[in-house]
Design a protein around this ligand. Sequence first.
Ligand SMILES: [Cu+2]
Length: 115
Amino acid sequence: MPSRNSNKAVRLRRGVAGLAALFALAAAALPAEAATVTVTIQKLVFSPATITAKVGDTVEWVNKDVIAHTATVKGGWDVMIPAKKSASIVLKKAGSVDYYCRFHPNMKGHITVSP
Ligand SMILES: [Cu+2]
């Protein structure tokens, strides 16, 4: 019977939607968990070059090169990432920032920070 089958499908869809709504509620009720976004530096390239994060999140740069790099925002923060080391910052304010390496200005990255 086609009608019975479609009823079942409707019930199933409603059930899934209800469950999704529950999960969304649970997620909204929890305090925002700070995340760490990792950017790898290899062969003078930030990868991924563009990331998105939230205020309070940490950005960690992992430098796989044998030379030091920086993640520098003009008029803003400056992070030194020594050779074969990693360094990080906690994002303090929302906005869109371009950063680059002071030693290799061709190295560019972008972070979109949402509130
Ligand atoms: Cu560099």
